[in-house]
Design a binder for this molecule. Structure first.
Ligand code: A2P
Length: 346
């Protein structure tokens, strides 16, 4: 009999939590049981799963008893508060927050890039930041052929990156503006409908915001290249749920555009979308709900013979978060790195 696992989703009522449930079902993850955890606010709520209604519980120490795997997506402070408790109870935690990503003892994994890193885990595996995952998916296949030396990236990030309530805020604000009313910000610091603003995470002394430095530091960790030069400008745009990025890459020598396109066409999890006649390239509406990161406008950088330009859109909730986490969980299963309390008991 194949082994099955008791899984808990921490943050089950959120945007990523909802997607995690859908992916566990759609990808037929070998579940023995699924427990839904969130804050006290959601305790008692029911959510549909595989034709049944599951009741959400408030997270507690007791909730992790006999759980084999926790998929956590409830923010950094919740992960800091509960991840070690879950590990002490015997679970492996795949954490979607930034809480442990730069901890040297915690692998930071994109299965298409550094799958072997999961074997080094001590109970916690970190899922990278969404913009970092999406960029990594497009850059890694090229980096394998010829090391990239410098990345200049600008992001166009959707409301979903700030959670389900920010998505709702964008809908409400858009409606208000169309009715001639004022767009009042609450979750986000500024009106997002019919507007955009530089990412609102805290800014360091050098003038970079936290989101930008996540792209720098996390990409270096995932690629295993601490010297990779990266500069990022992160911007929130009035899109519901897929991020886009303009990426400029510099190599030691010219990278033939046709070869780059060929590599990206055969890269797992990447789809090249380019119709130069129709001016049709990756767009958030096409990336929404898709597993693949869409890449296009692959062209030589006119200002630098050793440079390449590309453009991408990827579903922030899917590959940028929930899908990557479920793929890590699947790797744990196939590499026999996950215990099954149910199998041990039988
Ligand atoms: P809740 O709905 O009970 O607030 P999103 O990123 O879409 O905003 O979702 C955040 C998720 O994290 C939600 O499921 C939310 O649950 C959960 N969450 C937020 N704070 C806590 C907390 N202190 N303890 C447990 N879960 C939390």
């Amino acid at each position: 009999m194949p082994q099955t696992y008791r899984v808990a989703i921490l943050g089950a009522t959120g945007a990523v939590g909802t997607e995690l449930m859908e992916l566990l079902d759609r990808r037929d993850f070998p579940l023995n049981d699924l427990k839904l955890l969130a804050s006290e606010r959601s305790a008692g709520r029911t959510l549909p799963f595989k034709g049944k209604k599951l009741t959400v519980e408030a997270v507690s120490k007791a909730a992790f008893k006999d759980i084999d795997l926790v998929l956590a997506s409830a923010g950094g402070s919740t992960s800091k508060a509960w991840a070690r408790t879950a590990v002490e109870a015997g679970a492996v935690v795949i954490d979607n927050s930034s809480a442990f990503r730069m901890d040297p003892s915690v692998p930071l994994v994109v299965p298409e890039i550094n799958p072997d890193a999961i074997a080094t885990h001590n109970g916690i595996i970190a899922n990278p930041n969404c913009t970092t995952i999406l960029m990594g998916m497009a850059v890694w296949p090229l980096h394998q052929e010829r090391p990239v030396r410098r990345i200049v990236v600008s992001t166009y990030q959707s409301a979903s990156g700030a959670g389900a309530r920010a998505m709702e805020e964008l809908r409400v604000q858009a409606g208000a503006i169309l009715e001639g009313k004022e767009a009042i910000p609450d979750i986000l610091p500024h009106p997002l409908a019919f507007n955009l603003f530089p990412h609102n995470s805290p800014i360091d002394e050098a003038g970079y915001c936290q989101e930008e430095m996540k792209m720098v530091n996390e990409t270096r960790k995932i690629f295993g290249d601490p010297d990779l030069k990266i500069t990022a400008t992160c911007v929130r745009v009035p899109v519901l749920r897929a991020h886009s990025e303009a990426v400029n890459l510099e190599f030691d020598e010219p990278f033939p555009v046709d070869r780059a396109r060929e590599l990206l066409k055969s890269a797992p999890g990447v789809k090249v979308v380019e119709d130069w006649q129709k001016n049709y390239f990756p767009m958030p509406i096409d990336a929404t709900g898709k597993d693949d990161v869409l890449v296009g406008r692959i062209r030589r950088d006119l200002s630098n013979p050793q440079g390449l330009e590309l453009w991408l859109s990827g579903d922030q909730i899917r590959k940028g978060a929930a899908l990557n986490a479920v793929q890590i969980a699947e790797l744990l299963v196939t590499q026999k790195l996950l215990r099954s309390a149910a199998a041990m008991a039988s």
